[in-house]
Structures are given as structure tokens and as C-alpha cells.
Write a protein that binds this ligand. Structure first.
Ligand SMILES: Nc1ncnc2c1ncn2[C@@H]1O[C@H](COP(=O)(O)OP(=O)(O)OP(=O)(O)O)[C@@H](O)[C@H]1O
Ligand SMILES: [Mg+2]
Length: 251
């Protein structure tokens, strides 16, 4: 496995107080990696630190051969690290087409190439094409998630980090989104997935990390973790776990 993202000794937090301690993590080229853990374990904070939304308190991050620690979010996005936040973060009043054209501009797509780039996203997400003139707030939850994905994919990311993609969505919509995400490594985008839907994430990922109170409690094969009944049943996640969202134990 050629490493794409390498994180060593990451410490990050809020207001000078760390919530992540000594986190080591890797994502290989073309790999899908799941980042799991109980509520409050530090999953979102990890993605925020890696995408430059919050500063690193210690540690190093590299993308390919390049050290990218401490670069601002916009630079990191241009280099290929893109984060789709929990709750999707779409602007409610912007139309689908405006959202995607704005994303293309932010990604540095030359003006004459914007329409073509946006059309590529409509080819990937045909239901967005049908709603191009609608404000994001009028989209369904699944469509908003597609819009958030399309906006991220416009950057042609080398690493796409998605926080709670399936949150609040119907199972058929989740199926469609997971099927799409599964095709991304073949298009040059590796994935770091934070998911409450543990069984789905483990089915897609080759490796997984489990955060426990800001430290890596497990790093290894996703299949081995999926075979660990106590983990999948949720007891591993402790009282703060979310067995209702786990899905896997019920198939
Ligand atoms: N903006 C913030 N300011 C201060 N503390 C925060 C902030 N965001 C998160 N925290 C704290 O950092 C810790 C890790 O939170 P984080 O959101 O990274 O967890 P998580 O694993 O994503 O949880 P969840 O599964 O609930 O999304 C928690 O103790 C949380 O209260
Ligand atoms: Mg979170």
C-alpha cells in the first residue's frame, strides 16, 4: 500500500485544551478507511484538524511526499484534502447550480471550464441535474448530501473525508450513497469515512481505526473488526455508544 495520508502524533482540540492525543493514522492510495468511535471520541475533531479547520497542537500530517501540517483549509483543499462536514454544510438559500459553480470557482477551475465541470457532477448525480434551479433548502436530505458530495468532488480530491454521510437518511438513500462512494477510489479519490452506521462502513472499508477518548484504541483490518460481535453490538463503544444507529447486528 502506497501511503497517501500519514498522520503522526496528532494532538488537537479547542481553546488550548486537547481532545485528541497522539493520534497516528494512515490512508493508502485508493484505500477506504473507516474512523469509528463513541460519541465525543474525537472523530469530527480529527477531520477538522486534517482539513485545516482547527489548528494542530502537535504532530505532523503528510499527503504523498509533501508535509502539509498547519496549512489553511483552502490550501489543503487545493492540494486535495476535502472534508464534507457533519450536517452537510450546504448554503440553504443557494441554488444547486450556484452552489456547484461557486465550488468550482473555489477549487480554482478556470471560468471557461466551470460549466463542463458542473456538468460532470450532474452526470454523477442525475437527481441534482433535475433540481439545478432549486435552493438547497428545498432538497431532500439525500439530495443535500449528494450536493455536499458533488461540491467536494469538484475539487477532484485525493482524499475525501466524509463525516456521518448516512445521518438521518432512509436506507435506500444510504445504499445509493454508499454505492457511489465505493466507486471513488477507482476515480483517484481515497476515503476516510466517519460513520455511525458501523456495519456499512466496515463492509466498505479495508481498514478501520477506533478512537477512544481521543486516542487510537484499534487500528487494523475492517473485516476483523466487523467479525467482533461485541464491537458491532455496541458494547465496545460504552455507554456513549449508539447501538440504535449500528444497524449491523440486525443485518
Ligand atoms: N467546537 C467545540 N468546542 C469545544 N469542544 C468541542 C467542540 N467540538 C467538539 N468538542 C469536544 O471535543 C470532544 C470530541 O468531539 P467530536 O465532535 O470530535 O466527537 P465525535 O467523535 O465526532 O462525536 P459524535 O459521534 O458525537 O459526532 C468532545 O468532548 C466534544 O465535547
Ligand atoms: Mg462527530
Amino acid at each position: 500500500m502506497t501511503p497517501l495520508l500519514s498522520v503522526r502524533g496528532l494532538r488537537a482540540g479547542y481553546g488550548g485544551i486537547p481532545v485528541l492525543f497522539q493520534v497516528d493514522l494512515e490512508v493508502g492510495e485508493g484505500e477506504i478507511v473507516a474512523l469509528l468511535g463513541a460519541n465525543g471520541a474525537g472523530k469530527t475533531t480529527t477531520l477538522r484538524a486534517l482539513s485545516g479547520m482547527i489548528p494542530l497542537m502537535a504532530g505532523s500530517v503528510s499527503l504523498g511526499a509533501e508535509t502539509v501540517s498547519g496549512l489553511p483549509a483552502q490550501r489543503l483543499a487545493r492540494l486535495g484534502i476535502v472534508h464534507i462536514p457533519e450536517g452537510r454544510g450546504v448554503f440553504p438559500s443557494l441554488e444547486v447550480d450556484e452552489t456547484l459553480r461557486l465550488a468550482a470557482a473555489m477549487a480554482g477551475v478556470p471560468r471557461r471550464a466551470v460549466a463542463g465541470t458542473v456538468d460532470e457532477m450532474y452526470a454523477t448525480f442525475p437527481s441534482l441535474a433535475m433540481r439545478r434551479g432549486q435552493a438547497a433548502r428545498h432538497l431532500s436530505g439525500g439530495e443535500q448530501q449528494m450536493l455536499a458530495l458533488a461540491r467536494g468532488l469538484i475539487h477532484r480530491p485525493r482524499l475525501l473525508m466524509i463525516d456521518e454521510m448516512s445521518q438521518g437518511l432512509a436506507p435506500t438513500v444510504v445504499d445509493a450513497l454508499f454505492a457511489l462512494v465505493a466507486t471513488l477510489p477507482a476515480r483517484g479519490t481515497s476515503l476516510l469515512l466517519v460513520e455511525q452506521f458501523v456495519s456499512r462502513a466496515l463492509a466498505l472499508a479495508s481498514r478501520a481505526y477506533v478512537l477512544e477518548k481521543g486516542e487510537v484504541g484499534y487500528a487494523g483490518s475492517a473485516a476483523a473488526l466487523a467479525a467482533d460481535e461485541s464491537f458491532v453490538r455496541g458494547s465496545y463503544l460504552g455507554d456513549a455508544g449508539t447501538p440504535a444507529g449500528m444497524g449491523g447486528s440486525r443485518g
